[in-house]
Design a protein around this ligand. Structure first.
Ligand code: SF4
Length: 359
């Protein structure tokens, strides 16, 4: 029953977007929540690692976390427990996974995998995490360590392979394991390096994805030290405002994950409900400005956003594709996302933001 209502909610988001409604009858179904914005690395392509985060850093209070989950679980299909930091640094991260799962939510984690030691791997597998993406941005030691400053190629790869072996030895179906590599253009990587890397990876990986790099809204728009995709066009309105939202470690709600400095705070879950914030004055104003084209006056961050720079596919804008694909995956079955990405890449004639290269 929950699967049907999640699918219906996602279809309603699409209808509301097409009808240009700004007060929505659908709830956000795909939510990013930030356990912490602290990180143990200094990655070149991340606002945190590049020293561009100027707001206070901290860890989400566990009581606040459980109150938020109690509130959002009825309408949330997918919860990614990571935004601007390394979530495994949170001392109660595994409890967060257990609690969210106990409320029937699908839980996803993006991690740099440097802290994914055997004990942590065991706990995450036992918590039945649904999806894990290892952010491993380089097919060679040279390109990886240039991008992920502070991490060691062999150590991180050892953690990932250890996780995959443990998953196999436990005969665990979950999590779906993705290895994600950004196209940073940092050099030192030929096609044969790439193939050697792929063949040396433990067989338990479900999918390897190459991704184009986001400029984090306009944070890295003038950056030249790594490659990020230049827009071939701009496709407002941003449909994420109709289907997803993002919760910072301190309980403040922002429109999306690119608000690393909480540039556009919509409200705080310390004193308002998510659904009130979702249809509150700030959010309605942002949706209206997306529709009338004046959004840069409200949110200059959107200027160089990869979401606005990605064309619709079969009439579905890129922001809504995420939540609709997730609702469909929930409905039809695990692993469908991989085939949808492959299909999307085929019909976009190899232009991609995310490309499955093995799976
Ligand atoms: S356009 Fe990009 S930066 Fe602006 S709200 Fe949408 S996802 Fe966020």
């Amino acid at each position: 029953m929950k699967k049907i209502s999640i699918l219906a909610n996602s279809i309603l988001a699409f209808i509301n977007y097409r009808k240009k409604r700004t007060v929505l009858g659908n709830a956000p179904s795909y939510i990013w929540l930030e356990p912490t914005n602290h990180c143990n690395l200094r990655c070149v392509m991340c606002p945190n690692g590049a020293g561009k985060v100027t707001v206070d850093k901290g860890y989400m209070d566990y009581d606040l976390f459980t109150r938020i989950i109690d509130q959002i679980s009825p309408h949330t299909s997918a919860l990614t427990l990571a935004v601007g930091g390394e979530s495994l640094l949170h001392p109660r991260f595994v409890d967060m996974v257990h609690y969210s799962k106990s409320k029937g939510m699908k839980v996803l984690l993006n991690t740099n995998a440097t802290l994914l030691y055997a004990g942590m791997s065991e706990e995450l597998l036992d918590a039945e995490l649904d999806y894990i993406s290892f952010a491993f941005d380089g097919f060679t030691k040279e390109s990886y360590e240039k991008a992920r400053r502070g991490a060691k190629f062999n150590d991180t790869l050892g953690n990932i392979n250890g996780f995959l072996r443990l998953k196999r030895s436990k005969r665990a179906e979950k999590p779906y394991c993705v290895l994600s590599v950004l196209n940073l253009g940092l050099g030192g990587c030929s096609e044969s390096d790439k193939q050697r890397f792929i063949s040396g990876l433990d067989e338990g990986i479900d999918e390897i994805r190459q991704r184009e790099v986001a400029s984090w809204g306009s944070i890295f728009k003038d950056e030249t030290s790594f490659a990020h995709r230049a827009h071939e066009g701009v496709y407002p309105p941003c449909s994420r405002l109709w289907s997803t939202t993002c919760i910072s470690w301190n309980g403040e709600v922002v429109p999306c994950i690119y608000n690393a400095n909480r540039e556009y705070v919509l409200g705080s879950l310390e004193n308002a409900s998510l659904l009130d914030i979702w249809n509150g004055e700030a959010m309605i104003g942002l949706r209206e400005s997306m529709l009338d084209g004046s959004y840069l006056r409200r949110s200059p961050l959107c200027e160089n956003c990869i979401v606005l720079g990605t064309p619709p596919l079969l009439g579905v804008p890129s922001g809504l594709r995420l939540s609709m694909a997730d609702a469909l995956v929930n409905f039809v079955g695990f692993g469908l996302e991989k085939f949808m990405l492959q299909f999307a890449n085929k019909i976009r004639k190899n232009k991609f933001t995310t490309l499955t290269i093995k799976g």
